[in-house]
Every structure is written in structure tokens, then in C-alpha cells.
Design a protein. Structure first.
Length: 380
């Protein structure tokens, strides 16, 4: 029943062999820069390419600071820690996300609270957020926000730019500001996506990017903390480098911290990949438009970027009629060497999160039953 779609994807990518969901491309200076790094002997967390990579990402996103770390999950963890997340506090996020989002909250000792998403953006719903805060929380005399049911302070809100589609940042931030909650952006999937004229990750107080092997550019593993706050940037660099106090030879550390800085080898890959980013985004948007045009002709609904945004189309998304049709296309395509995937099991359904409070999840569960990710690699 999905033969026409299978033929279309095979023709677009020019093969009947395995078509991955999203595979990396190394068609620039990757090998050259890796050899330069090896020759320099600076292969660990200090070196020229770490500095260059951070500057490239800061310049591209418009962020004042970019701090390179070993993966996107720890980038989220440190961003949340700097936002105030700690033992027995709460962070509001969406259930429709990858498990790293809620894991990063847990790694801070905090507890996730899950609210619903919008169907159009697949990102955190401002309405669901506001309803939870109005119904369950209160501002106390010192200006802090507390959950009346759990008697825990709500310190942060973590919207996700799901599959590279920007969430409704202005509306979310306005609500967060009213309740004195810090907005941290999970921009792991959205390098190259813009909300209005601003890159995702620069509207919140802090943000996290990911450069995993399946992202739009990769460093093998890697992540980046973004912030416009000078003090927070300094703290982020300090605690991701074992909180070592600067000295030519002595090893003094002023707090329990983390060895999270990105190695120079990985950063060398990142520098080369950043040189190709604009070409990759242009190509991925062309792939997305091919899917959308085919879908319009064949009655298949592909998600398009929301108004006033520009998406990187990290993963293209088709919305099926129901769960039965979702499972049918997953089986048909994967049996024919086309890698497709459903959305992640929502966080509120996982056994590890059964202690978490959550709102009405009608949109989250509607999307989970219908979303299918289709091959979205750069097609060069």
C-alpha cells in the first residue's frame, strides 16, 4: 500500500540499498583537520580547534558565548544546573521528546514535570504550561514559584525544538518571566533553525545543542552550551573543566565539578562540518520541499515549518491517519531498506518517570500514535 512512497524515496536518494534515517556527510576538510590535530599532539580538551569551533557556533547562532562539551545531554545538564535546577526542585518540560531531556533534569537532582505540546509545532504548548502554573503553582513573597501539590520550587522550563521545528518561544518566555522561571532551550536538534530573525537557543537564558552522529552536523559526539550571560558562561567553562583554578602548575579545584569539555579531535570535525552547514541546510530544505510536494499530490501530510520560523528540517515528519496506519508504513518501509521510525515513547509513559506530575497529554498521545520520521539525510 506504500509502494509509491517507497519508490519516491528510493528515486530521491538514488538507491535501493539501505537508506538511513539520517547519516553524516564528510565531504570537506574533516580528514585534513583531524590530521592537523594529531600532528599538533593536542588531541584532548585543549587546542586550537576547540576555540575555533566555539567561535564558529557563537558567530552563526548570534550567541555571545558557546561552550563545547562532550555531548548534548551534559550540555543540557549544565545549562539546567546553571538555571537553578538542583535536588528536590522541579523543571517543567514536554513529554514528547527524547529521553535525554528528562534524564538531564534528573542528573541535576531535580524532578521533571510534563506538560502537553502543540500539534503544529510538536513543541511545548504555552497554553498547557500556563494552565499548569495557574492551577498548580503559586508565587511566594520572595518571588519564587512553588508547586503547591509537591511543595517543590519550580526553577526552570525546558521547551524542545522537536525534530528541528522551533517551539513558540516568545509566548513561553512571557509566561516563564511572569512566574520567575528560567527558560532553557533544548535546541539539540535545531542548529540552523530560526524563530523570527533569531536563531533557536539565544532567546532563553541558556540552551543546549547536540552534535551526535545523527545531527545536521556532527563531531562524533559533542554538545554546546549557549548563553548571552557573561557570568553564566564563565561558570559553565569552569565547572565543565573540573573547576580547576587557573595556575601554571598547581592543581586547585574550588568545587565538585565535571570533566565535560569537548576533545580537540572532535572539535576538528566540528570546524570542518560548520564550513558546510549552510550548504547542508539548503539541501535539507530542498529534501523537505520534495516530500511536501509529493505529499500534497498523494494525500500524505508532512509537517511544515510554523509561521514566522525557519526550520532546519533535521528530520522530516509525516502524520499518519492513526496508529494502525503508522505501524503499516513503518513495517512496509523498513522491510524495503528504508529506515523510518515512530516518535519516542512519551516521557510520562516510561516506567522511570511514574513519579512525575503531568498535565493532560491529548496532543502528545495523538502525535505519538501518528508521527513517522522518514529519511532526511543531506542528499549530495
Amino acid at each position: 500500500m506504500f509502494d509509491d512512497f517507497i519508490r519516491f524515496v528510493q528515486e530521491m536518494y538514488g538507491t535501493k540499498e539501505l537508506i538511513p534515517l539520517h547519516s553524516p556527510r564528510f565531504n570537506g576538510n574533516e580528514k585534513k583537520y583531524l590530521l592537523e590535530t594529531i600532528d599538533s599532539t593536542f588531541v584532548s580538551s585543549v587546542g586550537e580547534f576547540v576555540n575555533r569551533f566555539e567561535q564558529q557556533v557563537a558567530d552563526y547562532t548570534g550567541s555571545s558565548h558557546a561552550i563545547a562539551v562532550v555531548n548534548g545531554t551534559v550540555a543540557l545538564q549544565i545549562a539546567l544546573k546553571l538555571s537553578g535546577a538542583r535536588y528536590n526542585t522541579e523543571v517543567i518540560t514536554q513529554s514528547f521528546t527524547f529521553v535525554a531531556t528528562s534524564n538531564a533534569i534528573r542528573h541535576c537532582g531535580a524532578v521533571p514535570v510534563f506538560v502537553d505540546v502543540n500539534r503544529s509545532t510538536m513543541g511545548l504548548s504555552p497554553k498547557s504550561l500556563e494552565e499548569f502554573l495557574e492551577g498548580q503553582c503559586e508565587l511566594r513573597d520572595d518571588g519564587t514559584c512553588w508547586n503547591r501539590l509537591s511543595n517543590r520550587q519550580v526553577v526552570s522550563c525546558l521547551p524542545v525544538h522537536t525534530f528541528g521545528f522551533p517551539a513558540q518561544l516568545n509566548e513561553i518566555k512571557k509566561i516563564c518571566d511572569h512566574y520567575n522561571i528560567v527558560m532553557v532551550e533544548d535546541a539539540a536538534e535545531s542548529l540552523g533553525s530560526f524563530y523570527g530573525k533569531k536563531h533557536t537557543g539565544v532567546i532563553g537564558k541558556l540552551a543546549a545543542l547536540s552534535f551526535n552522529g545523527n545531527k545536521i552536523i556532527t563531531t562524533g559526539g559533542g554538545g554546546m552550551i549557549l548563553t548571552n550571560d557573561n557570568k553564566l558562561a564563565k561558570q559553565a567553562r569552569h565547572i565543565t573543566t573540573t573547576a580547576k583554578k587557573p595556575h601554571k602548575w598547581e592543581f586547585n579545584h574550588d568545587e565538585v565539578a565535571y570533566n565535560y569539555r569537548l576533545p580537540n579531535l572532535n572539535a576538528a570535525l566540528g570546524v570542518a562540518q560548520m564550513e558546510s552547514l549552510l550548504e547542508y541546510i539548503k539541501n535539507k530544505r530542498e529534501v523537505a520541499h520534495q516530500y511536501q510536494a509529493w505529499g500534497a499530490r498523494n494525500n500524505m501530510n508532512f509537517i511544515q515549518e510554523p509561521a514566522n520560523t525557519k526550520a532546519n528540517y533535521w528530520l522530516n515528519v509525516v502524520i499518519m491517519q492513526d496508529k494502525r496506519h503508522r505501524d503499516q508504513i513503518l513495517e512496509a518501509t523498513n522491510n524495503r531498506n528504508i529506515m523510518t521510525r515512530p516518535a519516542w515513547v512519551p516521557m510520562h509513559k516510561l516506567s522511570i518517570n511514574q513519579d512525575c506530575q503531568c498535565s493532560d497529554m491529548r496532543n502528545t498521545e495523538w502525535l505519538y500514535d501518528r508521527v513517522v520520521n522518514v529519511p532526511s539525510s543531506v542528499n549530495l
